[in-house]
Design a protein around this ligand. Structure first.
Ligand code: VIB
Length: 221
């Protein structure tokens, strides 16, 4: 039954491994990531989470059942709650003022990712929107677990690391995987192809998001 997600994971395994082993994630685990890179990442992630929540809300309205509507409206709410916690706790800890956040625009990679998710969730069928959203959950959990397994004990980013290796997040990831497989079992071959394309694109954008933070990317012009 779990065909779609298994196939998608296998097809994108080398990309996942490359993402897991990026300097940003390695240095985060070692506690050696420069603070400015983490600040860049956090600000962009706060922007990202709002766009991600909007994408979940768009997908929820397309749900095939009332359970789907509940699952994705709740996930949208959780993404906003996480975004607010990020502001309250981590922004203070790492010296990001409300003005810093308000005056920092979305980076090219963040803008691309959020625009891609929102456009796909608004315009494509339910199953393709879901496939675009899955890497945000799944890759994050697996990268989080890998970082958690290798993290140094007195790591300055430990609270952050705990969130993504935590059980609550993992349950949400499993629930999205289960829904996607339930839906995929009823999809046409053409839809499955579009779902794979969406899953791949979001996986590439996950890589780009971390790469962008590591380079502290801004707009060239
Ligand atoms: C670029 C980027 N990709 C994925 C996530 C993972 N994620 C998305 S929403 C959420 C909170 C629970 O819904 C989490 C952990 C992220 N934070 N940033």
């Amino acid at each position: 039954m779990a065909r779609f997600t298994k196939d998608a994971w296998q097809a994108n395994l080398p990309l996942f491994e490359t993402t897991r082993d990026m300097p940003f994630n390695r240095e985060l685990a070692e506690g050696a990531l420069p603070t400015e890179k983490f600040r860049h990442y956090m600000i962009q992630d706060a922007h990202y989470l709002e766009g991600f929540a909007r994408s979940l809300a768009l997908v929820s309205a397309k749900g095939w059942s009332a359970d789907h509507v509940v699952q994705f409206t709740k996930a949208a709410e959780v993404a906003i709650i996480v975004e607010r916690e990020l502001h309250a706790d981590y922004f203070e800890r790492f010296g990001v003022s409300p003005q810093d956040f308000a005056s920092t625009e979305l980076s090219p990679a963040c803008n691309h990712y959020v625009s891609y998710l929102q456009a796909t969730c608004a315009q494509a069928p339910f199953e393709v929107g879901l496939a675009a959203l899955l890497p945000c959950f799944w890759i994050y959990r697996e990268v989080g677990r890998a970082i958690h397994a290798t993290a140094t004990p007195d790591n300055p980013y430990s609270v952050w690391i705990e969130t993504y290796a935590g059980d609550d997040f993992s349950e949400a990831v499993d629930a999205v995987i289960a829904t996607l497989d339930e839906v995929a079992a009823k999809c046409s071959a053409r839809s499955i192809e579009n779902m794979h394309r969406a899953y791949r694109r979001s996986s590439q954008l996950e890589w780009m998001f971390w790469d962008s933070a590591y380079r502290q990317e801004g707009w060239l012009v």
